[in-house]
Design a protein around this ligand. Structure first.
Ligand code: ZN
Length: 188
């Protein structure tokens, strides 16, 4: 069962309280519609909770005898860290070697979004994408590499502006040295 849509009125009321607690006046002109805007924005930014890989795939799995590596590079990531609810963003590369079934290339990006649009840590996001591609296609191997900048590190905490976090998840044949090397050279 899919989780229900967030209650916009309730979120807006919470944001209004938050503004007051932070020392703001929610009745000043610039903030009048902010609670409703934030409610809509947060609902969109977390829409991954209300969809599944199977749903975004919508049956787009095709039989194929191809046994080559397929890579979709430079998929944009916009997610939010679960520790601070601040954005992290960057790019991800997804590769797999089919074992009888392939999926539409655009669906790979949509599966990425399905997990990115939730509160996440980058490590888990990387693993969830790889596991979903593996489960859906039955691929002989899957590789996901992601590099992201985390605003919670950049604008607070250690305040490191240029630190990029790189994570990878390699499944099946992508753990073999030669396959991993081919994948890494193609996404570099
Ligand atoms: Zn964080």
């Amino acid at each position: 069962m899919q989780p229900k849509e967030p209650n916009q009125v309730r979120i807006a009321a919470l944001v209004r309280d938050l503004l007051i607690e932070l020392g703001e006046d929610p009745d000043r002109e610039g903030l009048l519609k902010t609670p409703e805007r934030v409610a809509r924005s947060l609902t969109y930014l977390t829409h991954g909770y209300r969809t599944t890989p199977q749903e975004v795939l919508n049956g787009a799995v095709f039989e194929s005898t191809a046994n080559n590596m397929v890579i979709v590079r430079d998929i944009e990531i916009y997610s939010m860290c679960e520790h601070h609810m601040l954005p992290f963003y960057g790019r991800c590369h997804v590769g797999y070697i089919a074992n009888g079934h392939v999926i539409g290339l655009s669906k790979i990006a949509r599966i990425v979004d399905c997990f990115a649009r939730r509160l996440q840590i980058q490590e888990r996001l990387t693993e969830e994408i790889a596991a979903a591609i593996q489960e859906i296609t039955g691929a002989e191997g899957v590789g996901v590499v992601m590099s992201c900048a985390h605003l919670c590190m950049m604008m607070r905490g250690v305040e490191k502006q240029n630190a990029v976090t790189v994570t990878s998840s390699l499944l099946g044949s992508f753990r073999d040295t030669a396959v991993r090397a081919e994948f890494m050279s193609l996404v570099r």
